[in-house]
Ligand binder design. Structure first.
Ligand code: 5GP
Ligand code: ZN
Length: 111
């Protein structure tokens, strides 16, 4: 499958790794919007939040455990934001499930 994040997970496209376990992989966003901008993706291809299934429970457990570990490692003690864009209206440009972990400054909330 021609998927950018599958290629990053399998190493075909290089990335700056932050964390990984058997189910998920985390790397620096190429175009950071804040001092910390990490993407956490499942190793298995899932299109987005809209196609998560009950059988993906272990994967989501890994992803949210990873987010907590990364936030602690990167000392985001004062808070951070987790975002998953879905589909065209949500602004999802890569159709492989991913969670943005953004922080390192006081974040604005505007649309
Ligand atoms: P989305 O817009 O789908 O929510 O998020 C996709 C994210 O992937 C964007 O923040 C974009 O900067 C990032 N991105 C796109 N291509 C690459 C790439 O080749 N490498 C890395 N590390 N990030 C990428
Ligand atoms: Zn993929």
């Amino acid at each position: 499958m021609d998927c950018l994040f599958c290629k990053i997970v399998n190493g075909e496209i290089p990335s700056k790794k932050i964390y990984e376990d058997e189910n998920c992989y985390a790397f620096e966003d190429i175009n950071p919007v804040a001092p910390v901008h990490v993407l956490i993706v499942p190793k298995k291809h899932i299109n987005g939040v809209d196609t998560i299934e009950a059988s993906d429970g272990e994967i989501l457990k890994s992803i949210f455990a990873a987010i907590k570990i990364i936030a602690k490692d990167l000392k985001l003690n004062n808070g951070y934001r987790v975002i998953s864009n879905v589909g065209e209206d949500g602004g999802q440009s890569v159709r492989h499930l991913h969670f943005h972990l953004i922080g390192g400054k006081k974040l604005a909330w505007t649309f």
